[in-house]
Design a protein around this ligand. Structure first.
Ligand code: FAD
Length: 311
């Protein structure tokens, strides 16, 4: 295996793999590092209905697999199960990227495409019951809870989409949100609230998750009346926001107050040769179509950056 690359892309989600298609086609020697599964967050999604061109929808798995194959077709080397553990400038314009397993590679330019991960609910019971009824992935765990009531916490796109998916299995979906309305896309909200299995619980927060070995219920406080209600459910699905995976590079790039990487429209960070794209960054929306565009832009910017360096 080689140790010197033109481009190392950290993260094999849609952003990283889209970038790899373009760097590969530009004949730049490309390595993609993916510490988990290719496709990132979308790999486990049951259905993608809004990616233009897929009129009949596509599963997350199929989507991820097609992105991987496309990147590989143009020569990108994709190391699956290998994470980047450090990124450091060498002082000559190149970068040293440390890999899990104590290996390292050198890159003329790096694309940061590490995405983000779900925020945890800081209440008693969350840690203890995580994996035993507490979940952040309806597609992964929803089928375990057939014909029983479950709770969904949150009110954005993820909460509403995943909550709607859970209606396939659960007897009812108790949808707990701290505001008096959801903030997801209108069409998603409409579909969700029209489902008779969905029971919205507005202006409320979960205070505790109960159960010894498995979830038995939640304590929910109404923020207007301050009353606490015990709701029996067999699972709690939490979708309350995101934490960017920017820890690795926090000394190298500028971050906003939420830890998202700041980039310009060319996907440049403040460090020459270090580009960032997709859900890791401050973006107007977090959807496949625009993170793919980000990845493409980062790749094209790198092509120009390396060309300019030559002359
Ligand atoms: C449940 C769900 C449903 C969604 N549905 C839709 C939809 O229908 N339509 C739509 O347009 N969008 C949807 N989205 C949003 C979309 O999935 C994201 O915008 C997109 O996945 C972001 O891509 P990304 O590559 O930037 O980040 P991610 O998908 O987060 O991928 C980042 C990758 O980087 C890897 N990584 C992180 N750190 C390292 C490291 N140090 N070394 C190596 N690898 C690393 C991670 O393992 C991950 O695979 C959905 C999201 C979720 C969670």
């Amino acid at each position: 295996m080689s140790t010197n690359y033109d481009v190392v892309i950290i993260g094999g989600g849609p952003t990283g793999l889209a970038a790899a298609v373009y760097t590969g086609r530009a004949l730049l020697k490309t390595l993609v590092l993916e510490r988990q599964v290719p496709g990132g967050q979308i790999a486990l999604s049951a259905a993608i209905d809004n990616y233009p061109g897929f009129a009949d929808g596509v599963t997350g798995y199929e989507f991820a697999e097609a992105f991987l194959r496309h990147a590989q077709r143009f020569g990108a080397e994709v190391r699956i199960g290998v994470g980047a553990t450090s990124v450091a400038p060498n002082g000559d314009g190149t970068f040293k990227v440390g890999l899990s397993g104590d290996d390292r590679v050198t890159a003329k330019a790096v694309i940061l495409a590490m995405g983000r991960h779900p925020r945890r609910l800081e209440v008693p019971g969350y840690e203890k019951l995580f994996g035993n009824g507490v979940s952040v992935c309806a597609t992964c765990d929803g089928a375990f809870f057939r014909n029983v009531p479950v709770a969904v916490v949150g009110g954005g796109n993820s909460a509403v989409e995943e909550g709607h998916f859970l209606t396939r299995y659960a007897s009812e979906v108790v949808s707990i949100h701290r505001r008096d309305h959801f903030t997801a896309q209108k069409i998603l909200i409409e579909q969700y609230l029209n489902d008779p299995k969905v029971i919205p619980v507005w202006n409320s927060v979960v205070e505790a998750i109960h159960g010894d070995r498995e979830v038995e219920g939640v304590s929910v406080r109404n923020l207007e009346t301050d009353k606490v209600e015990e709701i029996p459910v067999k699972a709690v699905f939490v979708f309350i926001g995101w934490i960017p995976n920017s820890e690795l590079v926090k000394e190298l790039v500028d971050l906003d107050e939420q830890g998202r990487v700041l980039v310009n429209e060319l996907m440049e960070t403040k460090m020459p040769g270090l580009f960032a794209a997709g859900d890791l960054c401050v973006r107007p929306i977090y959807q496949l179509a625009n993170v793919v565009a980000d990845g493409v832009q980062a790749a094209v910017s790198i092509e120009k950056y390396l060309e300019n360096k030559k002359h």
